[in-house]
Design a protein around this ligand. Structure first.
Ligand code: GLC
Length: 778
């Protein structure tokens, strides 16, 4: 019938529009110098170049209007005053700082970023940058055979992302998490490229769905987005560690977590009643298994209404929380963004009356189906809604709660697209944008609202926030767990490069669901996974409804004993881990690191996905397959000491290492320190003794900085911390150790021991310190 109407001549019926493909920006028409860079008018686009620091330059291309300098909320720093020089010839222009030269070839515009010596950092390939009439924007860069790629946030697959195509679109992926699963819960459009020992970073700050293609060509790669501008920052490195410092100088660093959040967390979808929670904690106590946190999943609520407790299931929740606290255990409840549509429910009624929910342009509230049924979603892109949401957390803090678990904040909705209608509008603090544009920052902004709200309510104590979704900068507010994995060995394997790349994306506080979330776990898998969990920055056992229970004792005594040993080991390592979190806060370096971060010129490390480092001197090489009791371990240059046996192993070599079920292979570099506390049953119970282990080398100088503070407040920001600068000098049989302390915090430990490993009986060990330190020569 339609054929009888004008529809018969619908333009869509004829052949494709001419010139519907990619256009580059064209020739340069004019270059104008600005305070921190330059603006460039091209035939088909406007470009802006702005230095943020001598070693960080931002490039913006707008193909449809003038350059917009507004950043996404990922960026928290303003450009520094950088001395910039602009020079021009007919063919080229150069914009230089003391560390970077941006060279513009004019016809057509192609941008090359070089270091101060003129060595190329990154250059555009033949195609340059441009757009499609669909408003997609793309930028093509050259790639050499030596290039390796790290970062990109939370992705499946191996460590080195060369050869992959990565999509950024926060997605609730219950299943599958496969090598071909591209978009997961977090989108961090940042990576670093390592080429012949040198690295640069590139952060593409575009919140639309974006794609990084390191697959389609062997000599170029591209990044692009469905809309917005090409807007990226080049960080000049030259070392991978510099890149992380540079990237986190603009997107921020993680606060030092409350110490309790570094303890062991037990979770389950769901511990449904107060009685069940009490029983659970009692069992941990009876069995002597350390525990700091119990998570409450959605069943704690009244009909899945956030900011409520079901009073039948949790009749005396205040008392429960108080009693557990006395046992050193805290409660972390889940809070999802969906607010149940129910006019008699205060959070909903208030949200509607005060105009806090996401709406269509035409004014009607957007509703989506989630656990509580039909629900409205706060517009976290608005300061007003964030404040409202933050204040609502007084409900939890008044009950004595100090940690929150944000889930479903992609946002996840039970429909075909898995998320909100892309036409929904966000206020974006008075600069309204569609959900299509801001989808990827919904979780980040919920994190901001929650973290800041909790911080206000807690009056000086540190909040803990766990999140599933996020964007660049998520580290400022939350720890990230890697969502709904399964109790598969394959998922244990993939969690390691995933967490390492999150670390390489500025997010230090990460971990998977230990034991696997969906599907049924088993004793061996849970044991091996707990061994890994001992050293993942976030350590939580979590499992899904209708799966086998997977508390540490669920699979019998044989496994329980080993699991207990490794949870205890986590507490033994606490002073060491805590110092690394303090380092992450200062430098942006992750706690859990790929070896390539420490050994960027060693090709064996480039794609090493089944080993990781804790800080700069400890290698963990877990067993990741069933029935396997040995594995190959790569040890880079230097000498390495087996943590369990003190056996010294030669570096620059692969070793075949035995590892019975109760052994997690750990190696410490000779000439370095490890700090230990005691295997207390919760971080609430203090260590009496601090033990500094010195893995002595034949000769030379070694140092470590041990960091300690009260673990719960922000007093450290006013100098109330303690740093121990530990240094050792070894010369033949003379081992001289000095320990100098700085800061006003008085630690809980009453004694310090120094254990010297690989020492000889004839060694003359001396200590220079105002502190009283006992020496043990092993
Ligand atoms: C989501 C979360 C999971 C949680 C469940 C119920 O699947 O990823 O961790 O247990 O929702 O709240």
């Amino acid at each position: 019938m339609l054929q009888d109407t004008s529809f018969a001549i619908h333009p869509g019926h004829s052949k494709k529009l001419q010139n519907s493909d990619y256009h580059d920006v064209g020739n340069v028409l004019e270059v104008t110098e600005t305070a921190n860079g330059a603006t460039i008018r091209c035939e088909f686009a406007n470009i802006g170049i702005r230095f943020y620091r001598d070693d960080i330059v931002r490039v913006v291309m707008n193909a449809f209007g003038s350059v917009a300098w507004k950043t996404s909320p990922a960026v928290i720093s303003e450009p520094n005053a950088v001395e910039v020089n602009v020079t021009q010839t007919d063919d080229a222009a150069t914009i230089t700082s003391s560390a970077i030269q941006v060279v513009l070839q004019k016809s057509p515009l192609r941008i090359t970023v070089e270091d101060a010596n003129g060595t190329v950092i990154v250059s555009e390939s033949e195609k340059g940058m441009g757009y499609k009439p669909t408003k997609e924007v793309i930028c093509y860069k050259e790639m050499t055979e030596q290039d390796h790629f790290y970062g990109f946030g939370e992705k499946t697959g191996f460590l080195d992302k060369r050869g992959d195509k990565l999509e950024m679109w926060n997605t609730d992926v219950y299943a599958p998490h496969n090598p071909e699963t591209n978009a997961l819960y977090e989108s961090i459009p940042f990576f670093m490229t390592l080429r012949e020992g040198k690295a640069y970073g590139l952060f593409f700050d575009n919140t639309f769905k974006s794609t990084f293609d390191l697959q389609s060509s062997t000599n170029s790669f591209s990044f692009g987005a469905e809309g917005g501008q090409i807007d990226y920052y080049v960080m000049a490195g030259p070392q991978p560690k510099h890149v992380l410092e540079q990237y986190t100088s603009i997107t921020g660093r993680a606060p030092i977590p409350p110490k309790w959040a570094l303890g062991y967390h037990q979770s389950r979808y769901s511990y449904e009643t107060e009685t069940e929670v009490r029983e659970l904690v009692k069992t941990f106590k009876e069995k002597g298994i350390p525990l700091d946190v119990v998570h409450l999943d959605i069943h704690y609520m009244d009909g899945y209404r956030v900011f409520t407790f079901d009073r039948d299931r949790f009749p005396t929740v205040e008392k429960l929380i108080e009693e557990l606290r006395a046992d050193g255990v805290r409660i972390v409840p889940i809070v999802d963004p969906g607010v149940k549509e129910d006019p008699e429910y205060p959070a909903y009624a208030e949200g509607v009356r005060q105009d806090m929910f996401c709406k269509y342009l035409e004014g009607n509230i957007y509703f989506g189906e989630v656990w509580p049924g039909n629900s409205a979603f706060p517009d976290f892109t608005s300061e007003r809604a964030r404040k409202w949401w933050g204040e609502k957390h007084a409900y939890y803090t008044d009950l004595g709660i100090e940690g929150i678990w944000n889930d479903m904040n992609e946002p996840a909705i039970f429909n075909e697209t898995k998320t909100m209608d892309l036409k929904v509008m966000h206020d974006y603090d008075g600069d309204p944008r569609t959900h299509r544009e801001l989808h990827n920052i919904y979780g980040l902004m919920m994190g901001k609202a929650t973290y800041e709200g909790m911080k206000d309510q807690l009056a000086g104590r540190r909040p803990f926030l766990l999140t599933r979704a996020g964007y660049a900068g998520v580290q400022r507010y939350a720890a990230v767990w890697t969502g709904d994995n399964r109790s598969f060995w394959e998922h244990l394997q993939l969690s390691i490069p995933m967490c390492m790349n999150l670390g390489m994306s500025g997010v230090p506080f990460t971990g998977p669901d230990v034991g696997g979330f969906a599907h049924d776990s088993n004793g061996e898998l849970l044991t091996r996974w707990t061994q890994v969990g001992t050293f993942t920055p976030f350590f939580r056992n979590h499992s899904a409804i209708n799966t086998l229970r997977q508390e540490p004792w669920s699979f019998g005594e044989k496994y329980e004993a080993i699991i207990k040993k490794y949870i205890q080991l986590r507490y033994t390592w606490m002073p060491h881990l805590y110092s690394l979190f303090a380092e992450a806060n200062q430098t942006g370096l992750p706690v859990m690191r790929p070896l390539v971060l420490e050994y960027p010129t060693d090709e064996h490390t480039f794609n090493l996905s089944d080993q990781f480092m804790i800080g700069s001197n400890v290698i963990v090489a877990p067993i990741l397959q069933p029935s396997v009791k040995h594995r190959v371990v790569y040890l880079p240059e230097g000498q390495w000491v087996n943590y369990w046996t003190d056996e010294v192993l030669e570096g620059n070599k692969h070793h075949l290492v035995e590892a019975d079920l109760d052994v997690l292979p750990i190696f410490v570099k000779q000439g370095s320190f490890v700090a230990h506390g005691e295997a207390v049953s919760s971080t609430a119970f203090e260590n009496e003794t601090l033990t500094l282990h010195f893995y002595k080398s034949e000769a030379g100088r070694s140092e470590m900085v041990l960091y300690e503070d009260d673990g719960t407040t922000f007093a450290h920001e006013n100098g109330e911390f303690l740093k121990l600068y530990v240094e050792a000098n070894v010369e033949e049989t003379n081992v001289k150790v000095s320990v100098r302390s700085d800061g006003s915090y008085t630690p809980a430990w009453k004694q310090i021991q120094l254990v010297v490993h690989s020492g000889r009986a004839e060694d003359n060990i001396t200590i220079d310190s105002e502190l009283n330190i006992e020496i043990i020569n092993k």
